[in-house]
Design a protein around this ligand. Structure first.
Ligand code: PEP
Length: 263
């Protein structure tokens, strides 16, 4: 198996106004000065900034992602955005099933699955999030929860070429607390095993499993080089070019990922 190129995706969540495009321009400048070709880089701003971000990033390899999509391509769904619309605005990927959408909007595994399929339909990569809550972890249910979320949320059409999984323990998101690298490695190995069982070993060749939850410049080299980690989904620390670039920098001169095709 060829090595996978790690992906570092920044999830801006509900943050960012037009002025925040200055951070993208600053990121672009830093990467022009000192590129990090070892990693694939993505920024997921709010949908309101996608079109402007596309122009701000012209001439770079930085990819754009969106944070959610509706399962249908169009229709009477006030306030929603289809995967086709996001692609049209410049996105090449969309996050689905983030724990904040699961908790704020009651999104079920079945809905996340439908959103993943919508992403494929529109030619977007689906970044499908899974992760256990603090209570589930305390109750020793982590593996059952992840198994269940993967079985329900990952469409059977998912492949390394159209899907990325983000393991994001809910208790680690925005908390400053993280699992140990050994715990992350164990979970990522488990996720890979489950995906192989669900989709087929050959089918998941090249499928990247990201870690997400309180990744910052201080812990990135430890967390991103944990076993079976193919990159990161970064929230708070992706909001400034300085911190996001510092996280990307851990890959400079070092190959990441464990196996699969270079994308
Ligand atoms: C996230 O919500 O996807 C995330 C990883 O957030 P943070 O890095 O802020 O914990």
């Amino acid at each position: 198996m060829a090595r996978k190129r790690p992906l570092v995706a920044g999830n801006w969540k509900m943050n960012g106004l037009g002025a925040s495009l200055a951070e993208l321009k600053a990121l672009k400048q830093r990467l022009e000065k000192t590129p990090v070709p070892e990693a694939e880089i993505m920024v997921c701003p709010p949908a309101t900034l996608l079109a402007q971000a596309r122009w701000a990033l012209t001439g770079t390899d930085i990819l754009l992602g969106a944070q959610d999509c509706h399962p249908l391509p169009s229709g009477a769904h006030t306030g929603d955005l289809s995967a086709e619309m996001l692609a049209d605005a410049g996105a090449s990927a969309v996050i689905v099933g983030h724990s904040e959408r699961r908790s704020d909007h009651g999104e079920t595994d079945a809905l996340v699955n439908a959103k993943g399929k919508a992403a494929f339909r529109a030619g977007l990569t689906a970044i499908i999030c899974v992760g256990e809550t603090e209570k589930q972890r305390g109750d020793g249910e982590t593996l059952d929860i992840i198994r269940h979320q993967l079985a329900g949320s990952v469409p059977k059409e998912a492949r390394g070429s159209n899907t990325v999984i983000a393991y994001e323990p809910v208790w680690a998101i925005g908390s400053g607390v993280t699992p140990t690298p050994a715990d992350i490695g164990e979970l990522h190995g488990f996720i890979r095993g489950e995906l192989g069982r669900l989709l087929g070993k050959a089918e998941i060749d090249g499928l990247r499993v990201l870690y997400g939850g309180s990744v910052n410049p201080g812990n990135a080299s430890e967390l991103l080089f944990a076993p079976d980690v193919d990159g990161a989904l970064v929230g708070g620390a992706s909001l400034t070019a300085r911190d996001f670039y510092a996280i990307l920098g851990v890959y400079a001169g070092r190959a990441g990922g464990s196996s699969g095709p270079k994308r």
